[in-house]
Design a protein around this ligand. Structure first.
Ligand code: NAD
Length: 513
């Protein structure tokens, strides 16, 4: 791996003391058990970190709460300046951090860089937003009164993130939370703890250079138990959790039990509808990248292709032949299209899904399998597979976080395809490939896709930071990133000011004393 400069990247990012327990020194209390991070790329131990204990967590929350007292007083555009500097630091560290993301998580180097670019983009977005945290003014029904609303910082934001976007999800939340005047405590996935350390080191420099309280950005490494401390803690008004639907249901209940707010970004089961009027070339590019990119480990990965019977064979043949060209191997080598799954448990789930689809009556169109031998020593590399399936199969109804694509045939008009598309528990991303205006508009209408993201002539995978990101139903209903997603990080207040010498009551009520 040295040829890809991983060692240098780790040194630049301050992720040192390999195997001895890495600590950032800055506001990172970690006195618990050792958590080892193995790379799915080559199976090697990259480093180990100490997890935070319940006592460490208590120190962290006190530090965050203390920091909030001063940070909320800083004018929002000045907080924007801090986020601008953070974006600059990310630019300087893009190569190193992108490499670490690729090596610890297993996505391609280009996608690793792309993830850091997303962090930079959200910083740019947040800097502009720091001067635009607008509330409305309303006309009061009472004479001599003014009414308006304003948004105030909310407090400590708890961030729980998934392994597959080990750095970007944190930045999507923090960049907005910080300009909103909040402070953050982050628990990264236990599968990618070193990415957490690297990010904390980067923001720690900015915090130090600006003489700000350390608790603005806090990191705790650990598993679901540490996450549980956050979700039940009334000192954390907002929990932003990204991960599986299973996790989201537990987190939602814990947060709701104390009437906290939660922002949930959970699993997807994303489909592309391919109508008789689809551009086949564009369909193939969108579907193949959507299904095998990040080895099928994106929440927006394409899981289902719902293809009209009239063009089914043509689309199937084109996709099957594209799969033959896929190169599987070390994701740091840019000649490869498909890297490893995150770990051996993920490989087991992939294999089980392929067995299940056959058991339920599906037909394998592109054979899967686990790769072994030179270059595949980690045991995490699998072949992207395609199966002909029915939408009602239990396995098709579930999100398998791996490169397994189901082809489903529909007949009749686009409403039949929509029934399949919407006929799953999740509601994250969706797409239609068509040059037919009526079909496209039907897909986007109130009776169309029920997902948070609905694209025309673009695949399901990936998103731009300018739009609000998230989905409905089992995806959890949260929205992050662009548009007005910032509002969840603030508390709204309605203000009415009376500048007369009398006190008229609303709705004309008389109360004479
Ligand atoms: P996961 O649910 O196993 O873990 C996610 C995070 O939740 C981890 O940090 C984990 O420690 C924590 N966690 C687990 N149980 C918890 C509990 N009871 N209380 C508090 N925290 C808990 O998910 P994963 O395998 O890391 O990620 C893959 C999943 O994430 C997929 O389902 C994918 O679709 C989803 N995802 C969704 C989005 C989105 O924006 N919608 C983005 C990325 C990933």
């Amino acid at each position: 791996t040295s040829q890809f400069g991983i060692k240098e990247a780790l040194t630049q990012l301050g992720v040192k003391d390999i195997n001895e327990g890495t600590s950032t020194g800055l506001n990172h209390f970690a006195n618990g058990e050792i958590l080892e991070s193995f790379s799915p790329v080559d199976g090697k131990l990259i480093g180990s970190v100490k997890m935070s204990t319940a006592q460490d967590y208590e120190k962290v929350i006190l530090s965050a709460t203390e920091a909030f007292k001063t940070f909320r007083l800083m004018p929002a555009p000045q907080r924007g300046e801090i986020v601008r500097q953070f974006g600059e630091k990310l630019r300087q560290n893009k190569e190193a951090l992108g490499k670490l993301v690729s090596y610890e998580m297993g996505k391609s180097l280009q996608e690793g860089y792309g993830e850091v670019q997303e962090m930079i983009d959200i910083c740019d977005f947040a800097v502009g937003l720091s001067r635009q945290l607008h509330g409305l003014t309303m006309h009061s029904e009472r004479p001599g009164h003014r009414m308006y609303e304003q948004y105030h910082p909310m407090g400590v934001v708890g961030i729980v993130s998934a392994f597959n976007f080990p750095v970007a999800v944190w930045a999507w939340n923090t960049a907005l939370a910080w300009i909103c005047g909040d402070v953050c405590i982050w628990k990264p996935s236990e599968k990618t703890p070193l990415c957490g350390i690297a990010c904390q080191n980067i923001i720690a420099q900015v915090i130090k250079e600006n003489n700000l309280p350390e608790g603005i950005s806090c990191l705790i490494n650990g598993d679901y138990k540490l996450g549980g401390l956050m979700t039940s803690d009334t000192r954390i008004p907002l929990i932003s959790a990204t991960g599986s639907t299973r996790m989201g249901k537990i987190v939602a209940q814990a947060v709701a039990a104390r009437l906290g707010k939660s922002l949930l970004e959970l699993g997807g089961n994303n489909a592309i509808i391919v109508t008789p009027d689809a551009d086949i070339k564009m369909t193939v590019i969108g579907a193949v990248f959507g299904a095998v990119g990040t080895a099928g480990q994106r929440c927006t990965s394409t899981r289902r292709l719902i293809i009209h019977e009239s063009i089914f064979e043509k689309v199937k043949d084109a996709i099957v032949s594209a799969y033959k060209q896929l190169k599987i191997g070390n994701p740091l080598d840019e000649n490869n299209h498909v890297g490893p799954l995150i770990d051996k448990d993920a490989v087991k789930m992939y294999s089980a899904a392929l067995d299940k689809v056959v058991a339920e009556g599906g037909t394998i169109l592109v054979e899967g399998g686990v790769l072994s031998g030179e270059g595949y020593e980690s045991g995490c590399y699998v072949k992207p597979a395609i199966a002909l399936a029915e939408n009602s199969f239990e396995i098709v109804q579930h999100e398998t976080f791996a490169p397994v694509l189901y082809l489903i045939k529909y007949s009749g008009d686009v409403d039949n395809a929509l029934e399949y598309q919407n006929g799953v528990g999740q509601g994250l991303s969706s797409a239609i490939m068509t040059n037919n205006l009526r079909e496209a508009e039907r897909f986007l209408s109130a009776v169309g896709s029920d997902c948070g993201i609905a694209n025309v002539n673009i695949g399901t995978s990936g998103a731009e930071i300018g739009g609000a990101f998230g989905g409905e139903k089992d995806t959890g209903g949260g929205r992050e990133s662009g548009s007005d997603a910032w509002k969840i990080y603030m508390r709204r207040q309605t203000n009415t000011i009376n500048y007369t010498t009398s006190l008229p009551l609303a709705q004309g009520i008389k109360f004479d004393l």
